[in-house]
Ligand binder design. Structure first.
Ligand code: JHZ
Length: 403
Protein backbone atom coordinates (compact mmCIF):
# COMPACT_ATOMS: atom_id res chain seq x y z
CA UNK A 1 0.00 0.00 0.00
CA UNK A 2 1.37 3.40 -0.97
CA UNK A 3 1.68 6.11 1.66
CA UNK A 4 0.82 9.76 1.18
CA UNK A 5 0.28 12.92 3.17
CA UNK A 6 -3.20 13.29 1.80
CA UNK A 7 -6.51 13.56 3.58
CA UNK A 8 -9.96 12.67 2.30
CA UNK A 9 -11.86 15.78 1.18
CA UNK A 10 -15.04 14.22 2.50
CA UNK A 11 -14.29 12.88 5.98
CA UNK A 12 -10.71 14.03 6.58
CA UNK A 13 -9.25 10.53 7.11
CA UNK A 14 -5.75 9.73 5.86
CA UNK A 15 -5.86 8.92 2.18
CA UNK A 16 -3.42 6.25 1.10
CA UNK A 17 -5.30 3.56 -0.84
CA UNK A 18 -4.60 3.95 -4.55
CA UNK A 19 -7.48 2.99 -6.83
CA UNK A 20 -5.63 3.44 -10.13
CA UNK A 21 -2.48 5.17 -11.28
CA UNK A 22 -3.04 6.51 -14.81
CA UNK A 23 -0.49 9.25 -14.99
CA UNK A 24 1.24 11.38 -15.93
CA UNK A 25 -1.35 13.13 -18.08
CA UNK A 26 -2.10 16.63 -19.39
CA UNK A 27 -5.36 18.34 -18.41
CA UNK A 28 -8.12 16.54 -20.27
CA UNK A 29 -9.81 19.62 -21.74
CA UNK A 30 -6.55 21.41 -22.63
CA UNK A 31 -6.82 20.81 -26.38
CA UNK A 32 -3.82 22.30 -28.17
CA UNK A 33 -3.67 24.53 -31.27
CA UNK A 34 -0.12 23.69 -32.21
CA UNK A 35 1.08 20.12 -32.66
CA UNK A 36 4.47 21.19 -31.32
CA UNK A 37 3.10 22.92 -28.21
CA UNK A 38 4.90 22.33 -24.91
CA UNK A 39 2.50 20.78 -22.41
CA UNK A 40 2.39 20.27 -18.66
CA UNK A 41 1.73 16.74 -17.43
CA UNK A 42 0.31 16.12 -13.95
CA UNK A 43 0.19 12.87 -11.97
CA UNK A 44 -3.19 11.17 -12.43
CA UNK A 45 -3.54 8.89 -9.44
CA UNK A 46 -6.97 8.17 -7.98
CA UNK A 47 -7.44 7.18 -4.35
CA UNK A 48 -10.29 5.72 -2.36
CA UNK A 49 -10.87 6.71 1.26
CA UNK A 50 -10.76 3.66 3.52
CA UNK A 51 -13.23 5.33 5.92
CA UNK A 52 -16.00 6.97 3.82
CA UNK A 53 -15.17 5.30 0.44
CA UNK A 54 -15.08 8.56 -1.50
CA UNK A 55 -13.02 8.01 -4.66
CA UNK A 56 -10.97 11.11 -5.37
CA UNK A 57 -7.96 12.82 -6.87
CA UNK A 58 -5.74 15.15 -4.87
CA UNK A 59 -6.08 18.81 -5.81
CA UNK A 60 -3.09 18.87 -8.13
CA UNK A 61 -4.55 21.14 -10.78
CA UNK A 62 -6.22 24.30 -9.47
CA UNK A 63 -9.84 25.00 -10.45
CA UNK A 64 -8.81 28.20 -12.25
CA UNK A 65 -6.37 26.22 -14.44
CA UNK A 66 -9.28 23.97 -15.44
CA UNK A 67 -12.29 26.28 -15.68
CA UNK A 68 -11.51 29.58 -17.36
CA UNK A 69 -12.26 31.45 -20.57
CA UNK A 70 -11.15 28.61 -22.84
CA UNK A 71 -13.18 25.71 -21.48
CA UNK A 72 -13.75 23.14 -24.23
CA UNK A 73 -16.97 21.39 -23.15
CA UNK A 74 -20.24 22.84 -24.43
CA UNK A 75 -23.16 20.76 -23.14
CA UNK A 76 -25.45 21.74 -26.04
CA UNK A 77 -23.30 19.96 -28.67
CA UNK A 78 -24.78 16.64 -27.50
CA UNK A 79 -28.42 16.89 -28.60
CA UNK A 80 -29.39 14.01 -26.33
CA UNK A 81 -28.21 15.97 -23.32
CA UNK A 82 -30.32 19.00 -24.27
CA UNK A 83 -33.34 16.72 -24.57
CA UNK A 84 -32.53 15.14 -21.19
CA UNK A 85 -32.47 18.67 -19.71
CA UNK A 86 -35.77 19.62 -21.40
CA UNK A 87 -37.55 16.60 -19.94
CA UNK A 88 -36.08 17.29 -16.51
CA UNK A 89 -37.28 20.91 -16.56
CA UNK A 90 -40.88 19.89 -17.32
CA UNK A 91 -40.90 17.11 -14.73
CA UNK A 92 -39.26 19.24 -12.03
CA UNK A 93 -41.70 22.10 -12.62
CA UNK A 94 -44.59 19.69 -12.00
CA UNK A 95 -43.02 17.73 -9.12
CA UNK A 96 -41.87 20.82 -7.20
CA UNK A 97 -44.91 22.91 -8.18
CA UNK A 98 -42.81 25.67 -9.69
CA UNK A 99 -44.52 28.66 -11.26
CA UNK A 100 -43.55 31.98 -12.86
CA UNK A 101 -42.64 33.40 -9.45
CA UNK A 102 -40.21 30.52 -8.75
CA UNK A 103 -36.47 30.99 -8.84
CA UNK A 104 -34.23 28.36 -10.41
CA UNK A 105 -30.48 28.48 -9.81
CA UNK A 106 -28.15 26.26 -11.80
CA UNK A 107 -24.60 25.77 -10.61
CA UNK A 108 -22.32 24.81 -13.51
CA UNK A 109 -24.86 26.17 -15.98
CA UNK A 110 -22.43 25.80 -18.89
CA UNK A 111 -23.91 27.14 -22.14
CA UNK A 112 -27.49 27.33 -20.89
CA UNK A 113 -28.47 23.86 -22.18
CA UNK A 114 -30.79 23.40 -19.15
CA UNK A 115 -31.81 26.84 -17.93
CA UNK A 116 -33.17 27.73 -21.38
CA UNK A 117 -35.98 25.24 -20.69
CA UNK A 118 -36.85 26.70 -17.27
CA UNK A 119 -36.74 30.16 -18.84
CA UNK A 120 -39.16 28.99 -21.53
CA UNK A 121 -41.50 27.85 -18.73
CA UNK A 122 -41.48 31.45 -17.49
CA UNK A 123 -39.35 31.00 -14.36
CA UNK A 124 -36.70 33.36 -13.03
CA UNK A 125 -33.39 31.70 -13.75
CA UNK A 126 -29.81 32.37 -12.73
CA UNK A 127 -26.77 30.42 -13.91
CA UNK A 128 -23.39 30.28 -12.22
CA UNK A 129 -20.35 29.04 -14.10
CA UNK A 130 -16.65 29.87 -13.79
CA UNK A 131 -15.88 29.35 -17.49
CA UNK A 132 -16.41 32.72 -19.18
CA UNK A 133 -16.58 31.43 -22.77
CA UNK A 134 -19.36 28.89 -22.15
CA UNK A 135 -21.18 31.31 -19.81
CA UNK A 136 -21.15 33.87 -22.65
CA UNK A 137 -23.07 31.42 -24.85
CA UNK A 138 -25.72 31.09 -22.13
CA UNK A 139 -25.85 34.88 -21.73
CA UNK A 140 -26.38 35.21 -25.50
CA UNK A 141 -29.42 32.98 -25.06
CA UNK A 142 -30.78 35.63 -22.70
CA UNK A 143 -29.96 33.72 -19.52
CA UNK A 144 -28.80 35.73 -16.51
CA UNK A 145 -25.30 34.42 -15.68
CA UNK A 146 -22.71 35.00 -12.97
CA UNK A 147 -19.18 34.00 -14.02
CA UNK A 148 -17.78 32.65 -10.75
CA UNK A 149 -16.96 29.55 -8.74
CA UNK A 150 -19.87 28.59 -6.51
CA UNK A 151 -19.38 28.24 -2.76
CA UNK A 152 -20.70 29.55 0.56
CA UNK A 153 -19.43 33.09 -0.03
CA UNK A 154 -21.16 33.48 -3.38
CA UNK A 155 -24.28 31.77 -2.03
CA UNK A 156 -24.65 34.49 0.64
CA UNK A 157 -24.99 37.08 -2.11
CA UNK A 158 -27.62 35.25 -4.19
CA UNK A 159 -31.40 35.38 -3.91
CA UNK A 160 -32.75 32.15 -2.36
CA UNK A 161 -33.78 29.61 -4.97
CA UNK A 162 -36.79 27.28 -4.96
CA UNK A 163 -34.86 24.82 -7.09
CA UNK A 164 -31.09 24.49 -7.31
CA UNK A 165 -29.74 22.23 -10.02
CA UNK A 166 -26.13 21.04 -9.93
CA UNK A 167 -25.65 18.45 -12.66
CA UNK A 168 -22.20 16.95 -13.20
CA UNK A 169 -20.72 19.55 -10.89
CA UNK A 170 -19.94 17.80 -7.60
CA UNK A 171 -17.01 16.03 -9.26
CA UNK A 172 -15.47 19.37 -10.22
CA UNK A 173 -15.30 20.88 -6.75
CA UNK A 174 -12.16 20.51 -4.65
CA UNK A 175 -13.77 21.99 -1.50
CA UNK A 176 -16.86 19.81 -1.31
CA UNK A 177 -17.80 21.04 2.15
CA UNK A 178 -17.85 24.69 1.15
CA UNK A 179 -19.81 23.86 -2.01
CA UNK A 180 -22.49 21.88 -0.16
CA UNK A 181 -22.69 24.57 2.52
CA UNK A 182 -23.29 27.02 -0.35
CA UNK A 183 -26.18 24.87 -1.62
CA UNK A 184 -27.75 24.86 1.85
CA UNK A 185 -27.40 28.65 2.09
CA UNK A 186 -28.80 29.41 -1.37
CA UNK A 187 -31.84 27.14 -0.96
CA UNK A 188 -35.18 28.75 -0.06
CA UNK A 189 -37.28 27.26 2.75
CA UNK A 190 -39.27 24.39 1.27
CA UNK A 191 -37.08 24.32 -1.83
CA UNK A 192 -35.29 21.40 -3.49
CA UNK A 193 -31.82 20.68 -4.84
CA UNK A 194 -31.33 18.26 -7.71
CA UNK A 195 -27.88 16.73 -8.07
CA UNK A 196 -26.82 14.52 -10.96
CA UNK A 197 -23.47 12.81 -11.02
CA UNK A 198 -21.86 9.82 -12.73
CA UNK A 199 -22.21 6.97 -10.25
CA UNK A 200 -18.92 5.61 -8.86
CA UNK A 201 -20.55 2.16 -8.85
CA UNK A 202 -20.90 2.29 -12.64
CA UNK A 203 -17.36 3.56 -13.05
CA UNK A 204 -16.10 0.52 -11.16
CA UNK A 205 -18.52 -1.97 -12.70
CA UNK A 206 -17.94 -0.86 -16.30
CA UNK A 207 -14.23 -0.07 -15.92
CA UNK A 208 -14.87 3.53 -16.97
CA UNK A 209 -11.35 4.54 -15.96
CA UNK A 210 -11.31 7.22 -18.67
CA UNK A 211 -13.70 9.35 -16.58
CA UNK A 212 -10.79 9.85 -14.20
CA UNK A 213 -9.12 13.14 -15.06
CA UNK A 214 -7.95 16.18 -13.13
CA UNK A 215 -11.21 18.06 -13.63
CA UNK A 216 -12.94 15.34 -11.63
CA UNK A 217 -11.73 15.68 -8.08
CA UNK A 218 -14.37 13.27 -6.71
CA UNK A 219 -16.26 10.17 -7.99
CA UNK A 220 -19.47 10.07 -6.07
CA UNK A 221 -21.50 7.33 -4.47
CA UNK A 222 -24.53 7.71 -2.24
CA UNK A 223 -22.75 6.28 0.79
CA UNK A 224 -20.05 8.93 0.44
CA UNK A 225 -22.48 11.77 -0.27
CA UNK A 226 -25.13 11.26 2.42
CA UNK A 227 -22.87 12.07 5.41
CA UNK A 228 -21.71 15.24 3.64
CA UNK A 229 -25.29 16.37 3.09
CA UNK A 230 -26.19 15.60 6.69
CA UNK A 231 -23.20 17.55 7.99
CA UNK A 232 -24.55 20.62 6.19
CA UNK A 233 -28.16 20.24 7.35
CA UNK A 234 -29.42 18.64 4.13
CA UNK A 235 -31.05 15.28 3.43
CA UNK A 236 -31.65 13.19 0.32
CA UNK A 237 -35.33 12.49 -0.23
CA UNK A 238 -35.24 10.70 -3.57
CA UNK A 239 -32.77 8.89 -5.83
CA UNK A 240 -33.15 7.87 -9.47
CA UNK A 241 -30.76 6.05 -11.73
CA UNK A 242 -30.12 7.61 -15.14
CA UNK A 243 -28.32 6.35 -18.24
CA UNK A 244 -26.42 9.63 -18.79
CA UNK A 245 -22.61 9.70 -18.78
CA UNK A 246 -22.33 5.95 -18.44
CA UNK A 247 -24.79 5.63 -15.55
CA UNK A 248 -25.62 8.46 -13.18
CA UNK A 249 -27.63 9.11 -10.04
CA UNK A 250 -30.07 11.97 -9.66
CA UNK A 251 -30.48 12.79 -5.98
CA UNK A 252 -33.21 15.14 -4.75
CA UNK A 253 -32.20 17.00 -1.60
CA UNK A 254 -33.86 19.44 0.80
CA UNK A 255 -33.17 21.03 4.15
CA UNK A 256 -33.18 18.37 6.86
CA UNK A 257 -36.15 19.63 8.86
CA UNK A 258 -36.38 16.85 11.45
CA UNK A 259 -32.65 15.99 11.60
CA UNK A 260 -33.68 12.33 11.88
CA UNK A 261 -32.02 9.24 10.44
CA UNK A 262 -35.02 7.88 8.51
CA UNK A 263 -34.52 7.51 4.79
CA UNK A 264 -37.12 7.34 2.06
CA UNK A 265 -37.69 3.95 0.43
CA UNK A 266 -35.88 5.12 -2.73
CA UNK A 267 -32.81 6.21 -0.76
CA UNK A 268 -32.79 2.95 1.24
CA UNK A 269 -33.00 0.91 -1.97
CA UNK A 270 -30.15 2.83 -3.55
CA UNK A 271 -27.96 2.42 -0.46
CA UNK A 272 -28.74 -1.32 -0.39
CA UNK A 273 -27.64 -1.55 -4.05
CA UNK A 274 -24.32 0.10 -3.27
CA UNK A 275 -23.71 -2.16 -0.27
CA UNK A 276 -24.63 -5.26 -2.26
CA UNK A 277 -22.08 -4.21 -4.89
CA UNK A 278 -19.49 -3.79 -2.12
CA UNK A 279 -18.87 -0.05 -2.27
CA UNK A 280 -18.21 -0.19 1.48
CA UNK A 281 -15.41 -2.75 1.11
CA UNK A 282 -11.89 -1.91 -0.03
CA UNK A 283 -11.61 -5.28 -1.84
CA UNK A 284 -14.16 -4.02 -4.38
CA UNK A 285 -11.82 -1.17 -5.24
CA UNK A 286 -8.66 -3.31 -5.34
CA UNK A 287 -9.99 -5.24 -8.34
CA UNK A 288 -10.31 -2.13 -10.51
CA UNK A 289 -6.67 -1.50 -11.44
CA UNK A 290 -6.25 -4.94 -13.01
CA UNK A 291 -9.33 -4.44 -15.18
CA UNK A 292 -7.96 -1.07 -16.29
CA UNK A 293 -4.73 -2.70 -17.45
CA UNK A 294 -6.64 -5.40 -19.32
CA UNK A 295 -8.82 -2.78 -21.06
CA UNK A 296 -5.68 -0.98 -22.22
CA UNK A 297 -4.13 -4.16 -23.59
CA UNK A 298 -7.34 -5.07 -25.44
CA UNK A 299 -7.64 -1.61 -27.02
CA UNK A 300 -4.00 -1.68 -28.13
CA UNK A 301 -4.42 -5.17 -29.55
CA UNK A 302 -7.40 -4.05 -31.62
CA UNK A 303 -5.68 -0.94 -32.92
CA UNK A 304 -2.48 -2.90 -33.55
CA UNK A 305 -4.36 -5.43 -35.68
CA UNK A 306 -6.11 -2.69 -37.68
CA UNK A 307 -3.41 -0.11 -38.34
CA UNK A 308 -4.58 2.39 -40.97
CA UNK A 309 -8.17 1.18 -40.74
CA UNK A 310 -9.50 3.06 -37.70
CA UNK A 311 -10.54 6.68 -37.14
CA UNK A 312 -12.00 8.19 -33.96
CA UNK A 313 -15.41 9.72 -33.25
CA UNK A 314 -15.63 12.30 -30.50
CA UNK A 315 -12.98 14.24 -28.64
CA UNK A 316 -14.50 14.12 -25.16
CA UNK A 317 -12.39 14.90 -22.11
CA UNK A 318 -12.48 11.23 -21.17
CA UNK A 319 -10.80 10.25 -24.46
CA UNK A 320 -7.71 12.09 -23.33
CA UNK A 321 -7.31 9.90 -20.27
CA UNK A 322 -7.89 6.85 -22.45
CA UNK A 323 -5.47 7.90 -25.21
CA UNK A 324 -2.71 9.04 -22.88
CA UNK A 325 -2.94 6.12 -20.48
CA UNK A 326 -2.93 3.64 -23.38
CA UNK A 327 -0.20 5.53 -25.26
CA UNK A 328 -2.33 5.84 -28.39
CA UNK A 329 -0.94 8.38 -30.84
CA UNK A 330 -1.62 9.20 -34.53
CA UNK A 331 0.28 6.08 -35.66
CA UNK A 332 -2.59 4.00 -34.20
CA UNK A 333 -5.41 6.55 -34.44
CA UNK A 334 -4.57 9.17 -37.10
CA UNK A 335 -7.56 11.46 -36.46
CA UNK A 336 -10.82 11.91 -34.64
CA UNK A 337 -13.87 14.07 -35.37
CA UNK A 338 -16.07 16.14 -33.07
CA UNK A 339 -19.08 18.41 -33.52
CA UNK A 340 -17.72 21.07 -31.14
CA UNK A 341 -16.41 23.97 -33.27
CA UNK A 342 -14.05 24.93 -30.41
CA UNK A 343 -12.28 21.56 -30.65
CA UNK A 344 -12.10 21.30 -34.46
CA UNK A 345 -8.68 22.16 -35.88
CA UNK A 346 -7.05 21.45 -32.53
CA UNK A 347 -5.14 18.38 -31.30
CA UNK A 348 -5.90 16.11 -28.37
CA UNK A 349 -3.65 17.00 -25.43
CA UNK A 350 -0.68 14.69 -24.97
CA UNK A 351 -1.56 12.25 -27.75
CA UNK A 352 -1.74 15.04 -30.38
CA UNK A 353 -4.36 13.44 -32.56
CA UNK A 354 -5.92 15.99 -34.95
CA UNK A 355 -9.62 16.75 -34.48
CA UNK A 356 -11.70 17.38 -37.60
CA UNK A 357 -15.26 18.27 -38.43
CA UNK A 358 -17.68 15.31 -38.15
CA UNK A 359 -18.05 15.16 -41.96
CA UNK A 360 -14.43 14.01 -42.26
CA UNK A 361 -15.32 10.45 -41.16
CA UNK A 362 -17.51 9.94 -44.25
CA UNK A 363 -14.86 11.46 -46.52
CA UNK A 364 -12.17 9.10 -45.20
CA UNK A 365 -14.42 6.02 -44.87
CA UNK A 366 -12.13 3.99 -42.56
CA UNK A 367 -13.17 0.40 -41.88
CA UNK A 368 -13.87 1.26 -38.24
CA UNK A 369 -14.79 4.31 -36.21
CA UNK A 370 -13.75 4.01 -32.59
CA UNK A 371 -16.42 5.90 -30.64
CA UNK A 372 -14.35 7.63 -27.98
CA UNK A 373 -17.47 9.21 -26.45
CA UNK A 374 -18.85 5.71 -25.76
CA UNK A 375 -21.61 7.16 -23.54
CA UNK A 376 -23.17 8.59 -26.74
CA UNK A 377 -22.60 5.47 -28.84
CA UNK A 378 -26.17 5.28 -30.20
CA UNK A 379 -26.45 8.99 -30.98
CA UNK A 380 -23.00 9.06 -32.56
CA UNK A 381 -23.56 5.94 -34.65
CA UNK A 382 -26.82 7.43 -35.96
CA UNK A 383 -25.13 10.76 -36.68
CA UNK A 384 -22.18 9.16 -38.47
CA UNK A 385 -24.57 7.10 -40.62
CA UNK A 386 -26.60 10.21 -41.42
CA UNK A 387 -23.37 11.86 -42.59
CA UNK A 388 -22.63 8.91 -44.89
CA UNK A 389 -20.18 6.71 -42.93
CA UNK A 390 -20.53 3.09 -44.11
CA UNK A 391 -18.05 1.15 -41.95
CA UNK A 392 -18.32 -0.43 -38.52
CA UNK A 393 -18.27 1.06 -35.04
CA UNK A 394 -16.11 -0.05 -32.16
CA UNK A 395 -15.95 0.97 -28.50
CA UNK A 396 -12.97 0.30 -26.24
CA UNK A 397 -14.78 0.35 -22.88
CA UNK A 398 -15.81 -1.52 -20.85
CA UNK A 399 -14.62 -4.15 -23.36
CA UNK A 400 -13.16 -3.58 -26.79
CA UNK A 401 -16.01 -4.66 -29.06
CA UNK A 402 -17.21 -4.07 -32.59
CA UNK A 403 -20.83 -2.93 -32.28
P1 JHZ B 1 -19.10 13.79 -23.34
C1 JHZ B 1 -17.96 16.02 -19.96
O1 JHZ B 1 -17.05 14.97 -20.21
C2 JHZ B 1 -17.25 17.16 -19.35
P2 JHZ B 1 -16.75 14.48 -21.67
C3 JHZ B 1 -17.35 17.29 -17.89
N1 JHZ B 1 -16.05 17.27 -17.28
C4 JHZ B 1 -18.10 16.24 -17.17
O2 JHZ B 1 -18.16 16.24 -15.98
C5 JHZ B 1 -18.67 15.09 -17.90
O3 JHZ B 1 -19.03 15.50 -19.21
C6 JHZ B 1 -19.81 14.45 -17.17
C7 JHZ B 1 -19.05 15.20 -29.06
N2 JHZ B 1 -20.22 14.73 -29.81
O4 JHZ B 1 -20.48 14.27 -23.18
C8 JHZ B 1 -19.30 16.38 -28.17
C9 JHZ B 1 -20.21 14.82 -31.19
O5 JHZ B 1 -19.24 15.32 -31.77
O6 JHZ B 1 -18.94 12.32 -23.45
C10 JHZ B 1 -18.25 16.19 -27.08
O7 JHZ B 1 -17.00 16.74 -27.47
N3 JHZ B 1 -21.32 14.38 -31.88
C11 JHZ B 1 -18.03 18.60 -17.64
O8 JHZ B 1 -16.08 15.59 -22.44
C12 JHZ B 1 -18.12 14.68 -26.98
O9 JHZ B 1 -18.57 14.15 -28.21
C13 JHZ B 1 -22.39 13.82 -31.27
O10 JHZ B 1 -23.35 13.41 -31.95
O11 JHZ B 1 -16.05 13.19 -21.56
C14 JHZ B 1 -18.98 14.11 -25.89
O12 JHZ B 1 -18.45 14.44 -24.66
C15 JHZ B 1 -22.36 13.71 -29.83
C16 JHZ B 1 -23.53 13.08 -29.10
C17 JHZ B 1 -21.27 14.17 -29.14
O13 JHZ B 1 -18.28 14.35 -22.15
Amino acid sequence: MATSNLNCRGCGADLSTVLADLGPAPLANAFIDDVDAVETFYPLRAYVCARCFLVQLPEIASPSALFNDSYAYFSSVSAGFVEHARRFAGNAARAFELGPESRVLEVGANDGYLLQHFQALGMQVLGVDPSANVAAVAANRGIMMTTAFFGSKLAESLPKADLIVANNVLAHVPDLHDFIEGLAIALADGGHISLEFPHALQMLFETQFDTIYHEHYSYMSLIALLPLLKYHGLEAVDVETLPTHGGSLRVTVRHDYDCGDDNSAAVETAIAGELAFGLNKLETYYAFAGRVTRAKVAALEFLGRHVGKVGGYGAPAKANTFLNYCGIKPDLLPWTVDGTPFKQGKFTPGSRIPIYNEKYAALEQPEYLMILAWNWRNEIAARARSLGFKGQFVVALPHCVVL
